[in-house]
Design a protein around this ligand. Structure first.
Ligand SMILES: [Zn+2]
Length: 301
């Protein structure tokens, strides 16, 4: 276990440094084990704990006999690929600017299957959503726009966006975005519930959908100059069409919004190591599995 205590002290700045550090499956397993069970192994079935358990790919519970793999109940569940490839993908996604298509990941990992690369990236986007779970708070601007994307078959989607305004400097803080079917008081209220801390002050366009007189948990102020969220939505539209070149289907759009928000919000962290650790926390989180249903057939991108 001690190997893992210092393994990330010198955070790798280059891919070669990363490959040197995680040069074997054994090292990758020890590292993931220490991150998943920092206080000792816990059975995925009965929650029995064993602080003395040494890292192993599959562990049989001493209480109920149930086997738990290092990947059980995480987005890596059932993977046949080396753990080092998962770690390398996390490093790559958090150490490179912008974003990547499934083809980029296929080339990066030298995978024979495009579908595997596409599924991995979708899963890693789910992990980003789980990891980047802090709501916006205090003073928050809110608005929605329709964006256009898609290639041969043009698509459009309506998106609600929130942006924290950090006072007194007025700089933009955390952002959140969500696809909606139609803009209404109901969709705005659901978005607020999931993404904004109760009691926050909302700055919204002068539109009935944002002005629910029954809503007591927020202070709502209308403004003619909503620009932060509009800029963010425009940036997202440009990013989506540049990186994915029309290869995104509207049913998967939320995952791309989650990646965009993760990347923007992660810019506020102090260094690349913190961003790596944040995404890793989503990858090994049990909550990531709840997004499994979103995954379906890949689109070319
Ligand atoms: Zn058990």
């Amino acid at each position: 276990m001690q190997v893992t205590a210092f393994i990330m002290e010198s955070f790798p700045k280059t891919l070669d440094e990363f490959k040197t550090l995680f040069h074997s499956e054994e090292i990758s397993l020890q590292f993931l084990f220490s991150r998943r069970w920092p206080h000792g192994f816990e059975c995925s079935y009965c929650a029995w704990e064993n602080k003395e358990q040494l890292p192993s790919k599959t562990i049989t519970c001493g209480h109920c006999g149930h086997p738990t793999s290092i990947t059980t109940n995480t987005i890596m569940h059932g993977t046949k690929k080396p753990l080092s490839q998962w770690l390398m993908s996390i490093w790559w996604l958090t150490n490179t600017e912008g974003g990547h298509s499934a083809k980029d990941l296929q080339r990066f990992l030298n995978l024979s299957s495009y579908q595997t690369a596409w599924t991995w990236l979708q899963k890693l986007r789910m992990a980003m959503a789980v990891a980047d779970n802090k709501p916006c708070r205090e003073t928050v601007e809110l608005s929605s726009e329709t964006i256009f994307f898609g290639g041969d078959v043009p698509e459009k989607a309506t998106i609600l966006a929130a942006a924290e305004i950090i006072l007194p400097a007025g700089i933009t803080g955390r952002i959140k975005m969500q696809t909606i079917n139609t803009l209404s008081q109901d969709t705005v209220n659901t978005f607020l519930e999931n993404n904004i801390v109760s009691g926050s002050s909302l700055i919204v366009p002068n539109n009935d959908a944002y002005l629910d007189s029954n809503r007591k948990s927020f202070i709502t102020i209308t403004s003619a100059t909503i620009y932060r969220t509009r800029e963010i939505l425009k940036s997202f539209e440009i990013w989506l069409n540049k990186v994915h070149r029309g290869g995104v289907a509207s049913k998967h759009l939320q995952l791309y919004l989650d990646e965009f928000c993760f990347r923007r919000n992660a810019e506020m962290l102090s260094d690349k190591r913190s961003i790596f650790n944040l995404l890793l926390s989503g990858v090994i989180s049990k909550k990531s599995l709840s997004y499994k249903s979103i995954i379906s057939k890949p689109h070319k991108e």
